[in-house]
Design a protein around this ligand. Sequence first.
Ligand code: SF4
Ligand code: SF4
Length: 304
Amino acid sequence: MTVRLPIVVPFSPSIDEAQAPEVPFSALDTVWFQLTGTLCNIACQHCFISCGPKENRVPMMTEATVRSYLSEAAELGVRDYYFTGGEPLLHPQFWTLAESVLAVGPLTVLSNGILIDGANAERARTLFDAARYSFDLRISLDGMSAEENDPVRGRGTFEAITRGIAELARVGLSPTITVVEHRTGMGSEQSRSQFLQFVVELGLSRPRVKFMPLLRIGREAERTHGYDSALAWYSPGPVEEALAERLLCSSSRLVTEHGVMICPILLDAPGAQLAKTLRQSMTPIALRWDACRTCVVDGLSCRT
Ligand code: SF4
Ligand code: SF4
């Protein structure tokens, strides 16, 4: 049997700083927590940060680190929060940390839904009912059948994810379903409306589907291919105001156990580490990475 070892290639900036577009920093509206680092219960073939069950190169955040950033963010007037990973539900203090965040602002949790059994769906409902701010879940599902989803997310994941979604629907919660366009045509108008109908049939009361273009980094670069660095998609100088407003890096930051990074996409990019505190990280960003093209040109927005 051949064992395929994971390859994680940290990607350095490929664009010269003097040539890179610049995104001004407006205000810190959103903080993302890389709650479980790179630990996930599955290992999707298109995962742009190469997460998996044995992947601990970015460690899980300790409760103390989460609380420290939460307190700094609240002082800075941050408006909303995201838990991401990996799979955030793997964090042993997930529920108490979610409760603490919801005491100061809205929270969205990005999950693959596999750990949402009957008991966790009930806990999510209890949290939703008790929360002062809105509590939203985003569940990733990459097809309307096992044939479409499982080749990228892993065998049996379609069944497990849709079971999790059904449990949420049973308790009256309606997560946003996110779909990565891992095949040509998946983002077409027809495909989008079929997916929405599929989500209605899963029983969600407020059906919402968010399609996301591929990020050609991490494991996805091995599954298909990386970016063509020769493509000049950028020009130097400040980006237009409308574009800056849409880009996460103008008003969000990602916090990890090791410090503050520009955004969740650049978790493995050495030059994307900004500072130890949120206050020190509020600076303009030069878009020096090929992955920035997916945000700028393909319109990716990680916000719900
Ligand atoms: S894409 Fe999401 S669910 Fe899949 S391995 Fe990466 S973090 Fe886990
Ligand atoms: S990957 Fe996207 S959000 Fe991150 S710095 Fe580049 S443009 Fe900004």
